[in-house]
Every structure is written in structure tokens, then in C-alpha cells.
Design a protein around this ligand. Sequence first.
Ligand code: 4NP
Length: 156
Amino acid sequence: MVGIMFVCLGNICRSPAGEGMLKHLVEGCDSSLELHVESCGIGDWHVGQLPDSRMRKAALERGITLTSRAQVFKIDHFNEFDYILAADHEVLNDLYHYARSPEEKSKVHLMTAFSSSYRDQKVPDPYYGGVSDFDLVLDMLEDSCEGLLQYIKQHL
Ligand code: 4NP
């Protein structure tokens, strides 16, 4: 079992979309790969909430239903997950700061670290944006999750 945790700021837009996208891609292509996928936020403002309705709508248009409930990042997540994926450089730095060892730090990457088209770019926060910003998040996450799956399969 490989554990993957997506992390953004509020856990209602980018990271739940990453969680949903990765689960969707695994369901569609490779049932033999056992992944445990979750998402969380650095901030606790939206704990317990479903993803933002605009994010859910944009995902549903691609056949992806987002059902996660917002939770906040906890230090214990370093023990429970192998890949801890940050939406942007601010979140990346927060996670680096929380890491208590080089091993924990080595689990932290940008969400786009394994992408072919968007490698090492931030996934821009769509919260104050429009429909096209939510679509861009999904485009970036689709490419990133495809790259991540390839990487995981090669490193099992
Ligand atoms: P996310 O977007 O980090 O992609 O979930 C945000 C959602 C809410 C807030 C910030 C970012 N907020 O400040 O409430």
C-alpha cells in the first residue's frame, strides 16, 4: 500500500481535487495498484466541509465526484503517508517546517513534481477566481497525477 496525501491551504479546492483525480485515474486504469489517498489543508477554517461547490462542479464535468470532508494537516501524517504533495511553494515550505527529520522532509514534494507539462509549477489557488481557474487546477492535476502514477509504478 502506497499512501498519498494532497495538501493545500483550505482543503476545499486544490487538494480534494487532487485526491479525486488520483482515485479516478487509478480506478480507470490499474486496479492492481493499491493506494491510500487523502487530502488536507494547512488551515482549519473549513474542517468538516465538502469541497467548494465550484470545484465539485468542474470535477463532475470530467466524471469525478468529490466527496472528501476537509481536515487539517497533522504531524502524524508523516508516519501514515509516503508522498505528501503540496499545492504551492507556501504550503511546501510549511510542510518542510513541520518535518522532524530528513526522511520526513523527503516525503514532501510539489503536486506537480511528477508532471510532464507543469513540472514544479504551483497549482494556483482558484478560490477568488472564475470557472477557467478551476479548470486549470484540474488540467494541472490530471497531468500531475498521471506522472505520479507512472513514477510510483516504476519505484514499487
Ligand atoms: P484551497 O483554496 O487551498 O485550494 O482549498 C482555498 C480555500 C479557502 C481559502 C483559501 C484557499 N480560505 O482562505 O478560506
